[in-house]
Ligand binder design. Sequence first.
Ligand code: UFG
Length: 322
Amino acid sequence: MGKILVTGGAGYIGSHVVKLLNLKKKEIIIIDNLSTGKKKYVKNGIFFKGDIRNKSHLYKIFSNHKIKSVIHLAANCLVEESHNKIDEYYENNVVGTINLLDLMVKFKVENIIFSSSCSVYGYKSNKIKEDDNLNPINVYGETKKVCEELIQSYSKAYKFNYIILRYFNACGADLENNLGEDRENETHLIPLIFKSIQNNKPVNIFGKDYKTRDKTCVRDYIHVQDIARAHFKSLSFLRKNKKSFIFNLGTEKGLSVLDIINITSNVLNKKVRYKISNRRKGDPPYLVASSSKIKKKLNFTNKYSDPRLIIKTAWKWFQSIN
Ligand code: UFG
């Protein structure tokens, strides 16, 4: 039986993916440089602290383990930060992916599942389909677009298969409350709303002058355990079928920043204070997925992405680590 290499397996999404793979009795190898992930959240598999930019370290891992599939999540993934660290984003996201693809070819690995992002799309105003044109408006989205192109051309040349998952907004926490978001410098909306409640300080709304329903940005919030389930489903598919696909991973439901504030207030029965601030660089006004392709091809539907469950699980987790 071949093993599965998970890059970025100590991160927020990676740790949920690893937990599910372990429940499904898979043999897992994890590499993570722990720049944002934490070792304590890797509870299963064989762990290597390392960087995908370090090709010789990756080479050793591939030589010592019979890797059959790669799940590639390791990346720098913050929209605003990507504008201040362009070289780091390209190096980590793009050069790291090239290293991985080179070694996949060398060691004849059959499959890759790649974490892409709805950031590849840019300005859209309707539910986004996978074949809509890609026009990223931030550096992070650009790096993901380049990685997608690399994977597609390597796959054509070297005959391996891929599933590219374009996540929309990952959120929520493990229902058993063992895992969740835990970053040193938090920038994401939901944990920042929780912090504002905890500190009794207003949360910032970045821009209330967008051309959306209530003038704040609209996103598609998907529970992290649904994201993990989609990885497992993709892996099973790739092992049975020699086909490659790109899928959106969202809910088809658009929620504005104000909607999220209101739902949080309602679910927790707490007042959320907010103030309007300037727009944040690189934020597209509207990103909502069409999910029909993954439903049709993989028969995949979400189980945990009800916004109230997202807030409940995320709040429980937030309280347990703060
Ligand atoms: N926002 C605020 N106030 C905050 C934080 C966020 O108003 O304090 C707004 C943002 O402007 C944005 C929305 O809330 O409109 C969501 O912001 P997040 O930072 O939570 O998430 P992003 O949409 O910026 O980005 C996240 C991931 C990316 C991924 C993207 C997909 O960080 O990796 O979701 O949309 F690509």
